[in-house]
Design a protein around this ligand. Structure first.
Ligand code: PMT
Length: 404
């Protein structure tokens, strides 16, 4: 996920410094290159050798140490960084940065960098609530510095209060989120379908399903946040139109079919999260059907399959489908993946609580057309959206490379 990304991690003097070792280890597993800068007091908590062994890079502790390479370290690291993370960040370092003080390797690197900076405070609750610290944090937030909220729990001073450094996994998620904002999908055009379709029975009734559009809209927003140029073809939903996204509202499967076929050409990635009705009424009554006999039979005919039509002519585009199943999840999802010539499919298991229609979370497995299966735990649809995009972007670059 972080292949080729450079993370510079500043470690300050606090008991939470031991958690930063785990952060480095996880960043490495995700493919990042990690350089660690320790303040003088951080060395009192964890030995530089620990970070050196885990990061496989020299650890920078002293601004005036004999250089290993003859570059100016705080300049070279500030330029190399895709993100600079300070974890744990003490009241002292926050105060220094907020006031432009650059008197050691970490603060000089922060001053010199143009990379996104993510600060992860960890300190005694009274220090965290001190108005001076609060003002410094507010000042830095206004200047675009990212902050994580400390966790509440047992602090080193023995009280149960806010001030603990968040767990390594949360820090990793914040790092990934912050990097995503940087625009790894810049210049990528994404076309997304979302929501249900409505198939008219008569002027007042229709056939539909439980799709709320939340999943598709979450993907659209996440892609836009990552710099993509996003078009969204939306069935009828009650979600507000997202900013900076072109939304095309449609009602029926026929309308969605026409709109997607009109828009697909310039797209690089096409994501079909809509729950399209498979059938529509063969005849739509012109006037409201009156209640007369005890039974009413509707004659249904198949709707056009949008994904199938695009799959046949997708060329080098990456096509992502969805599959919502109540049984034989993988079997059904894989057969849709193949039949519709998709590159990957997102399988939702509707039997699980917190998955599928109209909830804020989802539980999905991403299946690649190479047979790879990535099973994800329950997470908010926004996070699922980022996981889907991570996978789709990887496939996009793989295809691009194999075409050149
Ligand atoms: O909208 P939410 O409430 O957030 O819920 C999200 C969701 C459950 C609707 C979504 O995650 C999802 O799974 N959507 C696909 C639902 C489904 O079961 O699709 P399907 O099995 O009918 O179709 C498979 C794929 O073909 C889908 O990508 C679908 O968009 C596409 N399709 C299907 C039929 C059709 N006529 N045209 C299509 O393009």
């Amino acid at each position: 996920m972080l292949n080729g990304k450079n993370v510079v991690l500043g470690v300050c003097g606090g008991i939470a410094a031991y958690k930063s070792v785990e952060i480095v280890s996880r960043l490495k597993k995700l493919g990042a290159e990690v350089d660690v800068i320790m303040t003088e007091s951080a060395e009192k908590f964890v030995a530089p050798l620990t970070f050196r062994s885990i990061s496989h890079n020299p650890v920078i502790t002293d601004m005036f140490a004999e250089p290993i390479n003859y570059d100016i370290k705080h300049i070279s690291l500030s330029q190399k960084a895709d993100i600079l993370v300070i974890a744990p960040a003490t009241a002292n370092i926050i105060g220094k940065i907020a006031n432009g003080i650059a008197d050691d390797m970490l603060t000089t690197t922060v001053m010199a960098t143009k990379a996104k900076v993510l600060i992860v405070p960890a300190m005694n609750v009274n220090m965290y609530e001190n108005v001076i610290v609060k003002n410094n944090i507010e000042k830095l937030k206004k200047l675009g510095y990212g902050f994580m909220e400390p966790d509440t729990g047992m602090l080193a001073c023995g009280v149960n209060a806010k001030g603990r450094m968040p767990e390594p996994q949360s820090v990793i998620e914040a790092i990934v989120d912050t990097m995503a904002v940087k625009g790894d999908m810049k210049n990528i055009r994404v076309l997304i379908t979302a929501g249900p379709t409505r198939e008219a029975i008569d002027p007042v009734r229709y056939i539909t399903n439980h799709s709320s559009g939340k999943m598709g809209y979450a993907i659209a927003k996440a892609a836009q946040k990552r710099g993509a140029d996003v078009s969204l073809v939306s069935g009828p939903v009650s979600i507000e139109k997202p900013e900076k996204i072109t939304v095309y509202n449609v009602i029926s499967a026929d309308e969605m079919f026409l709109k997607v076929n009109e828009l697909y050409e310039p797209a690089d990635i096409i994501i079909m999260a809509a729950a399209v009705a498979d059938y529509k009424c063969s005849v739509v009554a012109d006037t409201k059907i009156k209640k007369s006999s005890d039974e009413l039979t509707l004659s249904l005919v198949k709707n056009p399959d949008i994904a199938y039509s695009i799959g046949k002519k997708k060329g080098k585009r990456v096509m992502v489908g969805f599959s919502a199943e109540t049984n034989d999840l993988y079997k059904n999802a894989k057969s849709k993946l193949e039949n519709k010539n998709m590159d990957m499919i997102v399988a939702n298991d509707l039997t699980k609580e917190g998955a599928g229609f109209n909830c804020d979370t989802n539980i999905v497995s991403i299946i690649g057309n190479n047979g790879e299966i990535l099973e994800l735990p329950i997470m908010p649809k926004e996070k699922v959206a980022d996981e889907i995009l991570n996978y789709a972007v990887r496939v996009y670059y793989q295809k691009k490379e194999s075409n050149t």
